[in-house]
Design a protein around this ligand. Structure first.
Ligand code: HEC
Length: 177
């Protein structure tokens, strides 16, 4: 039992020591910039492992994805019965990107598929899986998207496949399926 207690105390000390190293040091009151920078850095990591660039990037599906670019994909996704959906521009450009969206709007869309105008995003955008994103990581992700340089690039609007303006991926079921 004594050993157990010693272990717990040691763990508590280690934990608090770790916390201290993460606290911004050397700043004056309200060292917000450091915290914001850390948040954005975390968001970049979250965006990378969630592969936003796998779709929202002009190099998606090519051997040369443009790292760190999220100004929209050129390859669309056909969702049978719904049409073709192109991954839109996620940079904060007011006209063609998410410039007019709040961070809360972004988090809602990523986790629930609800756009601010009420339209539900097609499931080609994997929001069902992203509903498991924690509050902390969702905030970091939104902060990262807002920190990107705005780029003007309008992705094609969703529409019927007969009118698709750019290439898209689709599924062809073999006979009998
Ligand atoms: C497998 C492809 C894919 C991945 C991966 C993906 N998206 Fe999407 N995303 C889409 C598509 C396609 C749409 C358009 C859906 C529609 O219009 O209904 C979309 C739409 C969105 C929208 C709505 C934008 C608008 O203008 O309506 C946001 C926000 C978004 N994605 C954010 C993200 C973020 C952040 C990530 C990474 C965490 C991500 N997406 C990963 C394919 C993807």
């Amino acid at each position: 039992m004594r050993h157990m207690c010693a272990l717990l105390v040691a763990t508590a000390i280690t934990a608090s020591a770790c916390q201290k190293t993460q606290t911004p040091t050397g700043g004056t009151e309200g060292a917000a910039p450091v915290t914001q920078a850390a948040l954005v850095e975390r968001g970049k990591y979250v965006a990378t492992i969630m592969d936003c660039a796998g779709c929202h990037n002009r190099g998606s599906f090519s051997p040369k994805p443009e790292e760190g670019h999220l100004e929209g994909g050129t390859i669309g996704f056909e969702v049978p019965g719904l049409g073709v959906f192109y991954p839109p521009n996620l940079t904060p450009d007011a006209e063609t990107g998410l410039g007019r969206w709040t961070e809360a709007d972004i988090i809602k869309a990523v986790r629930t598929g609800q756009r601010p105008d009420g339209r539900e995003l097609a499931p080609a955008m994997p929001w069902h899986a992203y509903s498991a994103l924690s509050d902390e990581d969702a905030k970091a992700l939104a902060a990262y998207l807002k920190s990107m340089p705005p780029v003007k690039n309008a992705a094609p609007a969703p529409g019927p496949k007969e009118k698709a303006p750019r290439p898209y991926v689709t599924v062809v079921a073999p006979d009998g399926h």
